[in-house]
Design a binder for this molecule. Structure first.
Ligand SMILES: C[S@@+](CC[C@H](N)C(=O)[O-])C[C@H]1O[C@@H](n2cnc3c(N)ncnc32)[C@H](O)[C@@H]1O
Length: 273
């Protein structure tokens, strides 16, 4: 079981986590999500959690005392705990990070708000993570995105364990196009191969379409991808459809299978092809 602890001023914002797959994961005891409102740790008369920045500047900053006190008050972790600060200045959250965190025992998310954090709060965190290069009003939506991405990787949360493995990004390629019934929708036909029942050919088609999608939509992912020997014919076919893919040819040339040698015979004493 993974324990998620969220430090936030707005626990009500997390209502979507009580729906659908995340709801079922909690009911099945695969995860536990708890919220700590760090305003409860403010000691001033008006329970202020923010204050003006030293040196001037717009907005209000979260004060260190309530967040330090809330973290110190967490029960001793029973296993591995990671404290994560929601921040547009952090590393961008990616699927590998979701996979890494799905193997932890406790994840603590600190959600900022207003103009951000007093710098000293950063030292509480093991890592600082962003959901993308844009600025949100608070860390709540970012934490929900991360929790959702982690939870669906926990064994038993999705119907079949394989369904997460085939998703886009789990193998650094985008997922191939998928179709369901009807086979013909207003003249738009599902590719014939998918109706053929020929599993090996379907797998080949899916791999080729995954490669095609990734080249055309996210060529940056191709840079980090290692092709397998079976990809060679697919890649050579893709070049015929999309000239631009040829720019990467050097990345898979080494996979070119050696020409087949013919066996020597009385008709062909040199064994030439
Ligand atoms: C308005 S933002 C503060 C931005 C801050 N002034 C800065 O430039 O880094 C308020 C809070 O929202 C959260 N936040 C905003 N954008 C985010 C992002 N892209 N990813 C994760 N958290 C984000 C952070 O917790 C942040 O402290």
């Amino acid at each position: 079981m993974i324990q998620f602890t969220v430090l936030t001023l707005f626990p009500e914002m997390f209502a979507p986590l009580q729906e659908s797959i995340l709801k079922r994961a909690q009911e099945a005891g695969l995860i536990k999500i708890q919220f700590v409102n760090f305003r409860d740790y403010a000691t001033s008369k008006h329970r202020n959690v923010d204050d003006v920045p030293y040196g001037g500047g717009a907005g209000m900053l979260l004060k260190p005392e309530p967040i330090f006190a809330a973290i110190r008050d967490l029960p001793q972790p029973c296993g591995r705990r990671r404290v994560i600060l929601m921040s547009p200045q952090g590393d961008v959250f990616r699927q590998e990070k979701a996979k890494e965190w799905s193997e932890q025992e406790e994840l603590v998310f600190i959600c900022g708000h207003y103009e951000g954090f007093d710098e000293r709060i950063r030292e509480l965190a093991d890592e600082e993570v962003s959901i993308g290069d844009y600025v949100l009003t608070g860390g709540e939506l970012a934490a929900m995105v991360m929790i959702d991405a982690v939870v669906r990787l926990i064994p038993g949360v999705l119907g079949e364990d394989t369904s997460a493995e085939e998703d886009s990004h789990s193998i650094s390629l985008l997922e191939y196009p998928q179709y369901t019934r009807p086979a013909n929708f207003e003249g738009r036909q599902v590719p014939e191969i998918l109706l053929s029942g020929h599993h090996a050919m379907i797998k080949r088609w899916q791999r080729k379409e995954s490669l095609r999608r990734t080249f055309l939509r996210r060529p940056d992912l191709i840079n980090a991808f290692t092709f397998g020997a079976d990809d060679y014919p697919l890649l050579e076919e893709l070049i015929l459809d999309h000239e631009e893919i040829a720019a990467w040819q050097a990345r898979w040339k080494h996979l070119c299978p050696p020409p087949k040698r013919r066996r020597k015979s009385s008709h062909n004493p040199e064994g030439n092809q």
